[in-house]
Design a binder for this molecule. Structure first.
Ligand code: NAP
Length: 302
């Protein structure tokens, strides 16, 4: 027996929507890209036409046309629309960070519970096949005492298509630290506390304590420049040091995995996923606390 495709709507018409969400949704097995919404109707019409999907100007009509909604908009835009969608019973493919405001992140988690919908947050690294293989190997080995991760991105270069207002405002702490934390969290356990400081050039440094004792450090910037741009991560313990696989840029294979797992959950009625909205909220709380500490040091002249 074949079941009808799940209808997905896409919120957002920017660079990431065009290179990741739209092509992945349009090509995913068992999914139909059924609606596109953006605040710029012309951009929505263009993106929708390129992927053979209808564009909507009215958000309620857009939601009515979808079983699930994928988001490619800034976090403070995503969170309230996603909460409305979840309360209307729509499943969610979210982007990291799930929100900027902790209250909005908490409300989104509540909305997902109320709507009894499935959610996946696209922590890209966690959906890459090489990273999954590495995580399976290191978590099976266990005994890790600590780790370190860094990501020197280049999104704040004038030439970057990712140089958008919210990234300039919030920086790498909000944009890429969630990715690094999501990997260390998977190996070393839930983060129980963070100590944070910042340097010039959008650099943030975090010291994380993980449940059960391990600790780790994270350094991120979006001003790395293309030559310095790199993700690196390792964990260490009595059995040695295990280095995570390097990052490669193609977003489509991990996005296909995220969509396959989300649609599998929708079809089987499961709402839990290792990278679901609750995990996204928990990572966001670590980032928000780090931001508070950095702001306090800055105000104190540190
Ligand atoms: N998982 C990953 O590896 C990864 C990689 C890249 C991006 N992302 C995430 O994907 C999301 C989108 O990123 P992006 O690079 O495309 O840039 P972005 O600046 O986050 O989003 C651009 C889109 O958001 C729309 N937008 C901006 N402000 C809005 C508002 N107030 N109301 C409604 N729409 C608004 C823009 O519309 P206009 O065109 O009209 O301005 C455009 O459609 C972000 O959450 C980012 O974190 C994730």
């Amino acid at each position: 027996m074949t079941s009808a495709p799940l209808r997905f709507g896409l919120v957002g018409t920017g660079h990431w929507a065009r290179i990741a969400h739209a092509p992945a949704l349009a090509a995913a097995e068992g999914i139909e890209l059924a609606a596109v919404w953006g605040r710029d109707p012309q951009a929505a019409a263009r993106l929708a036409a390129d992927f053979d999907a209808p564009a909507y100007q009215d958000l309620d009509a857009f939601l009515a046309a979808a079983d699930g909604v994928a988001f490619a908009v800034p976090p403070d835009v995503q969170a309230p629309i996603a909460a409305t969608a979840a309360r209307a019973g729509k499943h969610l493919l979210l982007e990291k960070p799930v929100a900027i405001s902790e209250a909005q992140a908490d409300d989104l988690v509540e909305a997902v519970a109320e709507g009894q919908v499935a959610s996946v947050v696209f922590f890209t690294l966690r959906f890459r096949a090489e990273m999954r293989a590495w995580l399976a190997e290191v978590t099976a080995r266990g005994g890790w005492l600590g780790g370190a991760g860094s990501w020197f991105g280049s999104s704040l270069l004038a030439s970057s298509p990712f140089n958008t207002p919210w990234r300039r405002d919030k920086g790498a702490l909000w944009d890429i630290a969630p990715h690094v934390i999501s990997v260390l969290w998977a190996v070393l356990g839930p983060v129980t506390s963070v100590t944070a400081d910042a340097g010039p050039a959008d650099v943030s440094h975090l010291i994380l304590h993980h449940q059960g004792g391990p600790s780790s450090t994270v350094t991120v910037t979006q001003s790395g420049g293309e030559a310095a741009a790199e993700f690196e991560c390792y964990v260490w313990g009595a059995s040695g040091r295990a280095v995570a696989p390097a990052f490669t840029g193609d977003p489509l294979p991990p996005m296909r995995t995220a969509l396959a797992e989300l649609s599998g959950n929708i079809r089987s009625g499961r709402t839990e996923h290792p990278c679901d909205v609750r995990f996204g909220r928990d990572v966001g709380h670590v980032i928000a606390e780090a931001q508070r500490q950095i702001d306090r040091r800055h105000q104190a002249g540190g």
